[in-house]
Design a protein around this ligand. Structure first.
Ligand code: ACM
Length: 554
């Protein structure tokens, strides 16, 4: 008899009728997830949308319905019935419902899964988009593909989910300069970011080794600056592989990319790195260089170049303003990254224009900063003012803190966390992307020989998955300054990353570790759960979608 009852219970359980369901693997871990008994059938489900949903939300719901129809083999219908809000309130509604709820935070959402009805509520496109990502994560992995899976268990467990991100800025930096990556590959990165609810792509578009954005007023930037005559081999600074390398994105491609990202809840933030890291621009327009610095050549090797812009010349500043105006026009987001890192000021010390500018501005060296460092402050402040006229706020690397920095700038902490701690304490907004945790070009194991050749030369600098996962962005940030931490970003520099396969290998699965730092409450993080979830659920999603990734150690 007992065995019979157990059998009944197993049968009922596999039919999803009475079983106390196990929690689905949702990554990043949601705010609140309470399991209930039973399941909701998604196969052939009727979807009801609030007529007040935005057109973009309706489109996303229809795409989800079409995918569910395709993979489950049974038509999923979408309707927008009048009176859905009151039907949801009275509990008389059936099916999968998407309803507006203005009380929910902009990127947040709620999902209430009952046996008869599942109600998804949010107040914005992003909220609904993330709710759909969560619904997909509760379904068989085949929902990510286009192959029918007629035997799939097309149902989701009854539960209550209330979710919203910890940080508003959840970024990845992609360096498309050291190596150029095609539009399709960048889109593939956006696709995987969207699954895990990242929302900012910091697109590094200008560098010593290549200029990647079309600028109408300065066509030589892409005619000359977008290509280099070969690339150094491994760490041999005297070498050159002899293979011309380059490429750039046209304005049409960029507009398409921006729209593609927006559909995935992602804002693209361009970076025009200035006034250093500009050799590709100088190779195109040598007249913006310092005295005695020419000739210029788009660099074929890595490192920090002493060849920098001559910011003492008004024509150079106008060049920067013209370029940034054209770039700002392409990217509708509120932020613009002006770089500011690793700008040696040696050339400014002897250049007559720079010295004249220093005199004119009355800049002096003191204990805090040199006159040349203050000249960079002038450049930052001028670009900040200029970009404000284009409706943009600036972000810069933590070097922009040296000397004086105008209020309203956002600091990206990369040389460890100290720049971020200092900036937040001084009242600046901060994005944490410390190289001690968030540099995704660093090796994934201290056993460097076992990893692809890369930038890491010391085992202790490696960033294995668990180390990345363990990062806590509020560490050492005073409590009253923590609200200045806008978020966290992983940086994928590409000096030693030349192929899409290698790029994906470095990004994944560490990007998922980042996603839990960026999205989940610290108390909901748990490396053992995270890793097991990767093994059984998220890595199979990557397999199905054709991403390369680093395998788990055990
Ligand atoms: C940087 O890694 N130079 C920002």
């Amino acid at each position: 008899m007992k065995r019979f009852l157990v059998l009944i219970s197993v049968l009922l359980s596999s039919a999803g009728l009475t079983a106390k369901t196990t929690a689905p693997d949702i990554m990043p871990a949601p705010g609140k997830l309470e399991m209930a008994k039973g399941c909701f059938k998604m196969k052939g489900v009727s979807i009801n949308c609030d007529p007040a949903l935005e057109a973009a939300t309706l489109k996303a719901v229809r795409q989800f319905a079409d995918r569910l129809t395709l993979v489950s083999g049974k038509t999923v219908s979408v309707a927008s019935p009048i009176g859905i809000q009151s039907a949801v309130k009275s509990g008389s509604i059936k099916g999968l419902c998407f309803v507006n709820d203005a009380s929910i935070a902009p990127e947040g959402y709620k999902i209430s899964v009952g046996k008869k009805a599942t109600v998804v509520s949010a107040s914005s496109y992003s909220g609904f988009f993330y709710a759909i990502q969560t619904l997909k994560q509760m379904l068989p992995v085949s929902i990510y593909g286009t192959t029918p899976d007629l035997k799939g268990k097309w149902r989701i467990p009854c539960c209550e989910i209330e979710d919203a991100p910890r940080f508003g800025y959840r970024g990845v930096l992609l360096d498309c300069c050291r190596h150029f990556f095609s539009v399709d590959e960048v889109k593939k990165v956006l696709d995987v970011m969207a699954i895990f609810k990242l929302n900012r792509l910091h697109w590094h578009l200008t560098e010593d080794q290549g200029w990647r954005v079309e600028i109408d007023k300065y066509p030589k930037l892409t005619e000359i600056g977008a290509f280099r005559n070969g690339t150094m081999i491994k760490r041999d600074w005297g070498s050159n592989d002899g293979i011309r390398h380059g490429g750039y994105y046209t304005k049409a491609q960029i507009r398409d990319m921006v729209a593609y990202a927006a559909e995935r809840g992602i804002t693209i933030i361009p970076e025009v790195d200035l006034p250093g890291h500009m050799v590709a621009a100088l190779a195109s327009y040598p007249e913006f260089g310092c005295a005695g610095s020419a000739p210029y050549e788009v660099l074929t090797y890595w490192g920090v170049s002493k060849q920098v812009l001559n910011v003492g010349k008004e024509s150079t500043m106008r060049f920067l303003e013209d370029v940034c105006a054209e770039v700002a026009e392409l990217f509708p987001g509120e932020y613009f990254n002006i770089g500011g890192d690793e700008c040696p000021r040696d050339e400014w010390k002897t250049d007559p224009d720079c010295q004249a500018k220093i005199k004119e501005l009355g800049l002096v060296s003191d204990d805090e900063a040199t006159a040349e460092a203050r000249l960079q402050n002038y450049v930052t402040a001028r670009m900040q003012k200029f970009l404000a006229t284009k409706g943009k706020k600036i972000i810069g690397w933590d070097e922009i803190l040296e000397g004086e920095l105008a209020k309203g700038a956002t600091v990206m902490s990369w040389r460890g966390t100290k720049g971020g701690i200092k900036a937040a304490s001084m009242g600046y907004d901060v994005i944490m992307s410390p190289n001690t945790y968030c540099y995704l070009d660093y090796a994934q194991s201290p056993d460097l020989e076992s990893e692809p050749f890369g930038i890491t030369t010391k085992p202790e600098r490696a960033l294995p998955l668990e180390k990345v996962y363990g990062y806590e962005p509020f560490t050492d940030i005073p409590a009253d300054a923590q609200h200045h931490i806008l978020g966290v970003q992983g940086n994928l520099w590409t000096e030693f990353i030349a192929t899409p396969e290698h790029l994906e290998y470095m990004l994944l699965p560490r990007m998922m570790a980042l996603s839990e730092i960026q999205w989940s409450a610290p108390e909901n993080k748990d490396f053992a759960r995270f890793k097991e979830s990767l093994r059984t659920h998220e890595l199979p999603i990557l397999d199905l979608l054709g991403y390369n990734y680093r395998k788990l150690d055990n």
